[in-house]
Design a protein around this ligand. Structure first.
Ligand SMILES: [Fe+2]
Ligand SMILES: [Fe+2]
Length: 247
């Protein structure tokens, strides 16, 4: 019972940060655990009309399973986590975006008359993917190098790094709002395709497109979770700690 009370008080982001396996449960219930991660279970259940007891039961079941993967992101150094995000999730976006844009446009051209939602899918995906590439650029050129400097000073000493943007929370706020826009666009694609349900006349390209869109959204959820719920709050804390030790 104590456990249930604890789970209710935590935010969804905190729950997923403690145990990433629970992300799948939130996904199954249609709950956004990355951009909407600052809400509690009670708040989300109320706004979405979800039975909180049913959700808590599903979360409890995950607790009972053995975790063989190990979810230690929270313990990672912020500089290391930054590199991990670039090498894993930024690389995923760079490797897959062009392929999906071309595939989405091809499938829309061939099947768009019978399935007009495919034309919207191609348009929405092309736009969100372009915005995402520019978002990654801002992180890699501006925010992440600063976070890596924070990590170096945290371990080796020295003064708080200077930046053109003031406190680290300023670019973080901007990145979070861009995450929200990207998450909403991919959610729209999921909705207009009926959760990626293939029609009877779907060809191979159509099938691969839905598979890749689903995979792309999943990768983005994990990527945004690592930034919004772990990297960003930790970076703000490290900067605050360094500033306090200076004064
Ligand atoms: Fe990122
Ligand atoms: Fe990001």
């Amino acid at each position: 019972m104590d456990n249930l009370v604890n789970i209710k008080e935590e935010t969804i982001g905190e729950i997923v940060t403690r145990d990433y396996r629970k992300a799948q449960v939130f996904k199954d219930f249609g709950i956004d655990f990355c951009c909407g991660g600052k809400k509690t279970i009670t708040e989300v259940c109320e706004s979405k009309g979800i039975d909180a007891a049913e959700l808590n039961n599903a979360l409890e079941k995950v607790t009972d399973e053995v975790d063989t993967i190990g979810n230690d992101y929270q313990k990672w150094d912020i500089g290391f986590l930054t590199d991990y995000i670039i090498n894993t999730h930024h690389q995923y976006v760079k490797d897959n975006t062009q392929f999906i844009i071309e595939l989405a446009n091809k499938v829309a051209k061939v099947h768009g008359n019978q399935h007009p939602e495919l034309v919207r899918v191609a348009q929405i995906f092309t736009q969100v993917a372009m915005e995402l590439i520019s978002h990654l650029n801002k992180e890699e050129k501006m925010l992440f190098p600063f976070i890596k400097e924070l990590s170096v000073v945290q371990h080796n000493g020295g003064s708080v790094p200077e930046s053109a943007f003031g406190k680290v929370s300023n670019p973080i706020r901007m990145m979070e709002s861009e995450h929200e826009e990207a998450g909403e666009a991919l959610q729209t694609i999921r909705e207009i395709t009926g959760n990626f349900t293939l029609p009877a006349d779907a060809c191979n390209s159509y099938t691969i497109l839905y598979k890749k869109l689903d995979e792309y959204e999943n990768d983005l959820h994990k990527h945004v979770h690592l930034e919004n719920n772990i990297l960003f709050p930790k970076s703000i804390l490290v900067e605050q700690g360094l500033q306090m030790s200076k004064s």
